[in-house]
Design a binder for this molecule. Structure first.
Ligand code: GLN
Length: 454
């Protein structure tokens, strides 16, 4: 009731939630109380969560914040959310996001943009919470839920976490089942939590992760007690500092943030090592080929026949065209067109195949440094703090928006785990985040190192 009250009070201005399930939340909470009264209960018993609109929740609003899914109510539950409910969590409602998770500012949502609860000192300008999981980040930062689910294809958990002073982890590809998560780019998509603390993230991820026969890419790897790793510290670990992440034009505030993070690691007993990940500069362009290619294929199912919106047309082709024209927003259309182009005969070899090869090189860069004894890699999470809603440069030039992901996409391309942790405020008193990148299935080291920084 306290969280539902907080949502009622603040959501009108923040638009973090796109659907609130008052009755469902109260009945789930009641069932939770009953389990506790009997001395039963799971690790998340009674914990009120917000769920990104990308996760199918049975019978509820699940639209990936797109018009094309207007009226769609899934007849099934995603594996990740089913895992959370099995551990006792309570669902408050569905969270705003960029349409189909395509974006870095939450402004591509078919709903109103989400506002960041933070503002620069002495300023009344509303800022973006980042994207695509902007609703998740704002809802946690503004205390509208105890924690939230999110997804990350190129940075959508870590960048919003950095912009809102929250913790977000993208686990290793395969850690969480993608079953029932609306697909954007299937070889990159992963679910993960956005939380207040590293400890909360460890607890949430333990519940979310599982091997799932319904997702052939989910991994048959034991899910450790992540919480037990949180206070392990970094003594004796080797933390790599990749020189290629010192991008040209890096702002002083980000540089200082990074140096502070390095100092914290050193003080806590880690060895700092300069490393090189030579293919870093190709990650962003390769991502913006692979992700749209997979998206154009995944989004072909939204044809007006099987799901949601249908516009009338004079024949079936006309109906498809009118439905897609009305149902998809501009950014989604741009991705579908790029994806279709790079997959088309004649361009496939030049773009898609080449991007896949680059992806292998990026993965090998990481393998080489990890084989050399590096335990985790420390980088900034974003190139800047949160920027204003409606920022014109980023709207006129989509590539300026894409540049938000320079530090995060490499991790998805290599399938590795990455965590963003709050690492202080800039001169305008806005939060900034640092990122730690780990070895496959070694989220434990990220929790331990993240705890040192938060
Ligand atoms: N901002 C990136 C994009 O627009 C990443 C999005 C995501 O991780 N879902 O593709």
């Amino acid at each position: 009731n306290a969280y539902l009250g907080a949502i009622d009070a603040a959501n009108g201005s923040l638009t973090a939630f796109v659907a609130v399930g008052y009755d469902k939340a109260r009945s789930m909470a009641k069932a939770s109380d009953e389990r506790l009264a009997k001395g039963a209960g799971g690790p998340l018993e009674g914990v009120p969560l917000g769920i990104k609109d990308l996760f199918a929740t049975e019978g509820d609003h699940t639209q990936a914040c797109s018009r094309i899914l207007d009226g769609f109510r899934p007849p099934y539950e995603s594996t990740v959310t089913a895992n959370l409910w099995a551990d006792g969590a309570v669902m408050l409602g569905k969270l705003n996001m960029d349409e189909f998770a395509m974006g870095s500012s939450n402004e591509t949502s078919a709903y109103l943009p989400v506002k960041n609860p933070w503002r620069a000192e002495d300023s009344s300008t509303d800022l973006v919470p980042g994207g695509s999981s902007g609703g998740s980040a704002t809802a946690v930062a503004a205390n509208l839920c105890a924690a939230a689910t999110a997804t990350d294809t190129g940075g959508s958990i870590r960048q919003p976490a950095a912009f809102t002073g929250t913790v977000g982890i993208k686990p290793t590809y395969g850690r969480c089942s993608r079953w029932g998560v609306v697909a954007f780019a299937s070889s990159l998509d992963q679910a993960g939590p956005v939380t207040h603390t590293v400890q909360d993230a460890a607890i949430m991820l333990k519940s979310m992760a599982s091997l799932d026969p319904k997702d052939s890419t989910s991994s048959d790897v034991p899910v450790p007690d992540f919480e037990a790793a949180v206070e392990r510290g970094v003594k004796g670990l080797t933390i790599g500092i990749p020189k290629e992440y010192r991008m040209e034009g890096m702002s002083d505030e980000i540089d200082t943030l990074w140096q502070n993070g390095i100092a914290m690691m050193k003080d806590a007993g880690a060895e700092i090592r300069d490393i090189s990940l030579p293919h870093t500069k190709y990650a962003l362009p390769a991502y913006y080929i692979v992700a749209p290619a997979e998206a154009s294929s995944n989004l072909a199912r939204y044809d007006g026949v099987r799901y949601g919106l249908r516009e009338s047309g004079k024949d079936i082709t006309d109906m498809y065209e009118k439905t897609r024209a009305a149902g998809f927003g501009d950014e989604v259309k741009r991705r579908i067109m790029i994806g279709t182009y790079v997959l088309s005969a004649g361009y496939y070899d030049a773009y898609y195949l080449r991007a896949q090869k680059v992806r292998t090189l990026i993965k090998r860069d990481f393998e080489t440094v990890f084989d050399d004894g590096v335990d985790a890699i420390l980088t900034p999470a974003t190139p800047s703090a949160a920027f204003p809603i409606g920022d014109n440069e980023r709207h006129v030039d989509p590539v300026a928006m894409y540049l938000n992901d320079v530090f995060t996409v490499t991790v998805n391309m290599a399938g590795l785990p990455g965590i963003a942790v709050p690492a202080g405020l800039n001169a305008q008193k806005l939060p900034l985040g640092l990122q730690l990148i780990g070895k496959p299935f070694d989220e434990e080291t990220l929790f331990a190192a993240g705890r040192v920084i938060e």
